[in-house]
Design a binder for this molecule. Structure first.
Ligand code: EPU
Length: 423
């Protein structure tokens, strides 16, 4: 089994590149289902979640050629089988993003219910209610959602809460619906805005993607597209937190400054220097880290996908900080592992009170989900001695060659083989 071994206490210097955004690439890959011609995606990161999506599209009957950073998707000669099996959805919840496109394009979709995951229950009721409002008949049988509608028709839909993939699923469905759809209380994440741009390239008229209200005028048919994926704000933010924690001076290349505003504001409050430089962001830290409180919120609030990494930084701040998680009910799985590295953290419901300690100490730790793994890597970079982060397959879902990229700025980090049994 692969693990990442880190020998900590090294400052980071140089340049580190950011790749295309996982959470933009996944819905855009699913959007290829809306048309038959060959679509070309550029700047696609080499990640396990991309491979899982490619496998799903192939299962559905598409020709998928993955040569990252480019991916081509086209209709195969055999007819589409509009069915996403449990085996694939289980590996990646975002597989539910095929529901909207399949239903809109083929009149029927059978998609496994994703179930819960390490960070929370994560229901999809908002996706289903929205599709029903567009005219779909939906039933749940044997763990599968079966949705049917000869032709969806535009409607006005108000989301009860902000949901990223829920907004994306409905945008894709509405793009082939008859008439105009208005989505209210939408997720405003940059990845939603990006999907809007792609749907417009395909010929749907989407207005307001990236704001709370989106209007979509559906078309009878959509065209294939050629699109370069935006930079991954969470990968960039993870590197920024790593540089803040380890100290040093690094240019984070191709980092989306505007999308990272909430993270930048909080990092600057900790005393970290941050400036826009070309299409990247320069990050440096000389002084001790000041404690800063953070509450996660839908975009443009502080992203839940950066909470674990920020907590690793707060573990070595000079004082006490309070981190509140409002998006997922179980996203503190990194806390027990950080405690094993000498951190001082107390959790109460959705709040973590972090008392900064002089230094963390290297330990063998276990990753439980993608962003938790990233926080353990950051903790390893500042810890004294050696840290081994196990279950690296979580990291491989969302970070391309993270150990190589961090080694490139001076971290002592490498991928190693370890005994499959936990220590
Ligand atoms: N929710 C519902 N009902 C729904 C949909 C969502 O109650 O029908 C709840 C969820 O349980 C959660 C909250 O609403 O408490 C927000 O969930 P959302 O639907 O926005 O999350 P998601 O679309 O499943 C995406 C990202 C996640 C990221 C969240 C929040 C993708 C593929 N995934 O998930 O990314 O944490 O938005 O920003 O875009 C990651 O990359 O590590 C990751 C988990």
């Amino acid at each position: 089994m692969d693990a990442v071994r880190i020998r900590g206490s090294r400052r980071l210097n140089g340049r580190i590149p950011v790749g295309g955004a996982k959470n933009a690439a996944l819905p855009i890959l699913c959007a290829t289902l809306l048309s038959d011609g060959e679509s070309l995606l550029r700047r696609v990161p080499r990640l396990r979640d991309i491979e899982t999506t490619a496998a799903l599209l192939r299962f559905l009957g598409r020709n998928v050629e993955v040569a990252t950073p480019e991916v081509r998707v086209a209709a195969a000669s055999s007819p589409v089988r509009p069915e996403a099996p449990y085996e694939l959805v289980r590996q990646m919840r975002a597989s539910v993003l095929v529901l909207g496109p399949l239903l809109a394009r083929f009149g029927r979709a059978k998609v496994s219910l994703p179930g819960g995951c390490a960070i929370g229950a994560r229901p999809i009721d908002q996706h289903l209610q929205g599709l029903q409002a567009l005219g779909a008949k939906i039933r749940v049988e044997h763990g599968y959602v079966i949705a049917e509608a000869p032709r969806l028709r535009g409607a006005e839909i108000v989301f009860d809460l902000s949901t990223v993939t829920g907004t994306e699923n409905l945008m894709m469905a509405a793009a082939l619906a008859r008439g105009r759809t208005t989505l209210v209380n939408c997720a405003r994440e940059p990845e939603v805005e990006e999907l809007g741009k792609v749907l417009n390239k395909m010929g749907a008229a989407v207005e307001g993607a990236g704001t709370a209200t989106i209007h979509i005028t559906g078309r009878d048919e959509l065209e294939p597209f050629d699109h370069a994926i935006i930079s991954d704000r969470i990968e960039a933010g993870t590197f920024m937190a790593a540089i803040a924690a380890a100290g040093g001076n690094v240019l984070v290349e191709h980092a989306p400054f505007d999308d990272l505003e909430p993270v930048i504001v909080k990092l600057r409050q900790t005393g970290v220097g941050i400036e826009r430089e070309g299409d990247g962001i320069r990050v440096w830290r000389e002084q001790p880290i000041r404690p800063v409180d953070v509450t996660t919120a839908p975009h443009p609030g502080f992203p839940t996908d950066m909470q674990a990494q920020f907590m690793a930084l707060m573990c070595v701040a000079e004082g006490r900080s309070v981190l509140t998680e409002t998006i997922f009910e179980n996203r503190f799985m990194h806390v027990p592992e950080l405690l094993r590295m000498g951190a001082d953290i107390e959790t109460r419901n959705n709040t973590a009170i972090v008392q900064g300690v002089g230094a963390l100490s290297g330990a063998s730790v276990m990753a439980t989900d993608l962003r938790a793994s990233a926080s353990l890597v950051i903790a390893g970079l500042v810890a004294e001695g050696e840290t081994v982060v196990r279950r690296v397959y979580h990291l491989d879902r969302g970070y391309e060659a993270i150990e190589k990229k961090l080694a490139g700025v001076g971290a002592d980090i490498e991928r190693v083989r370890v005994d499959a049994r936990p220590p």
